[in-house]
Ligand binder design. Structure first.
Ligand code: ADP
Length: 544
């Protein structure tokens, strides 16, 4: 027997319609490429997104057509999120930090018909045009007169001209909620990038759970700042979550330096900011130099790489901002776990509570997880046994786009490529990514532990633990360190941090200082490049 409730499909357009009808006056503020702030409301977002949908009709784009964006976090990009997906097309958000040949490959692979891009990527677009012949229209996110200032504007359209020609008198179509809504390629540190294809259903369910207290806990009194880019995993779902919650949305544009992010947080009364640790390190360094603190920020969501104890302490103890440590990946939309306390933790001291919350946390509703050994045997949840992390759920990938041979799905479980422990209260703790694992004397070491200890030194900005070959132990870890500007740090000082915290065999054999840390397109340390740089390096105890 079926229930007798209304059968409304879960569509992305419903999030925007809700924001327009019930929070129409709530602001969306964006830092523009020009540096100034643009402000309007959710009602304006809805009106202009409808105009965009009509413009896409006029360009002849059929349902399911792929539409690419190469853009920073800004209001026009937000309109693409809703206008493209809402009108049954697929928004393909492209990471502009990838190499142009890789971007061209992605555009062709996705079969993008239109590319919308920010003015700052005009030169990139020139190099892409001959490499991506499948693209029919290149639209610059600008006023018509800005095209006159562009070196080669032949064949370019202006976004504002395109939508100004439309009334916005448009009704969002209703269709199957399983329809594809957006796509994002993983950074492809090995081989060609692979595309994750999200659906309306997966996106709306993810948004609902993201908003709950066990997710990020977002309400209509919040002002959200996604520093995480809108070209990466839908900015962790924040543009949707803000609409659902009727919250203010603040978009930082290209200005991701500490001073600009701090200014925006203070000026716009941001309550929750989200980003990867490298971005927060830049912000915290800026604040330390200028002795700033926050007046409105209550929470920060940190994910993408492990949050170190020193970063957690800096946010929480110095600035009174709660850190929500999250784990997720492009293939999981991304939210998988959040680190929140349970009732039994209320009695613990603040330090002990912080230690619990430094783990990657417990699965939100919808996500099921397990750890397995190399043979696929499930490992116990005792906080000690490490295994390969596998997950499943309605916003977890079932297959990559156009990928027939899928070796990452094991009986419905998606193999994340992460190595982790799970404790008796279901807290996940990552020890490594499979490809970054260091195995010494047959035992896995936690590179995350090694890095966190190095980061506890005040003068260390970034740290990466790497395994180097060893004739007896197979591999031994070394820690590669980038100092903070002007900091005095010696290798001995860093090595002295390990005794008492890790066993000798779990501790690094050497410290290598670098002038620059290679960062990937999403702000993560690129260990593949460090490994290449370390070729020819000899461990101290093997020196001639
Ligand atoms: P990419 O593969 O492009 O780096 P993602 O951004 O999807 O793509 O990265 C997902 C990976 O980032 C996870 O598999 C995990 O290794 C790492 N990660 C995500 N969140 C955390 C976290 N809180 N702590 C440690 N690592 C994390």
């Amino acid at each position: 027997m079926n229930g007798l409730m209304q059968d409304k499909p879960l569509l992305i357009s419903s999030l925007l319609t809700h924001a327009e009808r019930y929070s129409g006056q709530v602001e969306v503020v964006s830092r523009r490429i020009e540096g100034d702030l643009h402000r309007y409301t959710w009602a304006d977002v809805a009106q202009r997104s409808r105009q965009l949908a009509m413009a896409l009709d006029e360009l002849g784009l059929k349902p399911g057509s792929r539409v690419a964006s190469i853009a920073w976090n800004g209001y026009r990009h937000l309109e693409l999120y809703y206008g493209v997906s809402g009108s049954e097309r697929v928004l393909h958000t492209v990471n502009p930090r990838l190499h142009s040949s890789q971007i061209a490959w992605i555009l062709q692979h996705a079969e993008d018909e239109v590319v919308f891009f920010d003015e700052s990527f005009a030169t990139l677009v020139e190099s892409l045009k001959p490499l991506a012949p499948g693209v029919k229209h290149w639209v610059m996110l600008c006023e018509p007169d800005a095209l006159d200032n562009t070196a080669d504007s032949a064949g370019l359209l202006s976004y504002e001209a395109l939508i100004a020609a439309q009334s916005g008198d448009y009704v969002w179509p209703e269709f199957d909620e399983r329809t594809a809504s957006s796509m994002c390629y993983t950074s492809g540190t090995t081989g060609n990038p692979k595309a994750v294809l999200y659906s309306h259903r997966s996106t709306v369910l993810h948004t609902l759970v993201l908003t709950t207290p066990n997710g990020l806990g977002v309400g209509s009194q919040d002002a959200l700042l996604p520093v995480v880019p809108m070209f990466h995993v839908n900015a962790w779902g924040v543009p949707y979550c803000a609409a659902l919650a009727g919250a203010k949305l603040v978009l930082p544009g290209p200005a991701l330096d500490g001073a600009s992010v701090y200014d925006l947080i203070e000026r716009e009364g941001v309550t929750l900011a989200l980003g990867v640790p490298t971005v927060w390190q830049t912000l915290l360094d800026h604040m330390e130099r200028h002795q700033h603190t926050f007046s409105t920020l209550k929470k920060t969501s940190i994910g993408g790489s492990a949050c170190s104890p020193s970063m957690q302490q800096c946010f929480e103890d110095q600035h009174n901002v709660e850190v929500i440590h999250c784990w997720g990946m492009t293939e999981t939309s991304p939210l998988g776990t959040t680190s929140k306390l349970m009732t039994q933790h209320q009695e613990l001291s603040r330090e002990e509570q912080q230690r619990v919350r430094l783990k990657q946390g417990r699965p939100v509703f919808g996500i099921d997880m397990r750890i397995v050994d190399d043979q696929g045997i499930e490992q116990p949840w005792n906080g000690k046994a490490a295994g390969h992390l596998q997950v499943k759920g309605p916003w977890v990938i079932s297959a990559y786009y156009k990928d027939e041979i899928d070796n990452r799905l094991d009986d419905g479980w998606f193999a994340t490529g992460d190595v982790a422990t799970i404790d008796e209260h279901a807290y996940l703790q990552l020890t490594d990514r499979s490809k970054d694992v260091v195995k010494s004397g047959g035992e896995w070491l936690s590179t995350i532990d090694i890095e966190n200890i190095a980061l506890s030194h005040n003068g260390v900005a970034l740290a990466a633990a790497i395994g180097v070959p060893h004739p007896k132990w197979d591999e031994r870890p070394v820690v590669v360190v980038l100092k903070k500007p002007d900091a005095e740090v010696s290798a001995e000082e860093i090595l002295a941090l390990y005794p008492g915290r890790l066993a000798k065999w779990q501790s690094p054999d050497d410290v290598i200082f670098v002038d620059e840390m290679p960062l990937g397109a999403t702000g993560k340390v690129l260990k593949t490049q460090i490994r290449q740089q370390l070729q020819g390096y000899t461990l101290p105890d093997l020196g001639s």
